[in-house]
Design a binder for this molecule. Sequence first.
Ligand code: ZN
Length: 150
Amino acid sequence: MSAELRELYQSTILDHNREPRNFRVPATPSHRADGYNPLCGDRVTIYLTLDGDGAIEDVAFQGSGCAISTASASLMTQALKGLGRAEALALFDNFHELLTGAPDSSPQDIGKLAVFAGVREFPMRVKCATLAWHAFRSAIEGRSETAKTE
Ligand code: ZN
């Protein structure tokens, strides 16, 4: 990764940490789930509002944690909004592949989520970046237990 790209990625993460998008509690979410990363102390709650066809009409979050966990939740809400269930779960898989796959793997269709590519080099931080996604998957699957990164 070039120095310029790394810098761009870092500034995007810092921006989303400073000003998280969709950081709110919706009035009538249809699904919600909590996530907890004991290694770092990150906590997140994901709220989903699905339409009649199961597509994601709205997605928001609350929580507190490190810059990477907050920025990841923020970017996730932007990426998921408007997706159907299958598309959303495919994006989960692609994002997971970006962070845990082989070093030369470059999953398609992840858009801005590529800013987390550098996190792969820091296994402790991978859990921070994937926490919101695990909570999202629990929420959309209707599971109520707290999603853990372990
Ligand atoms: Zn963290």
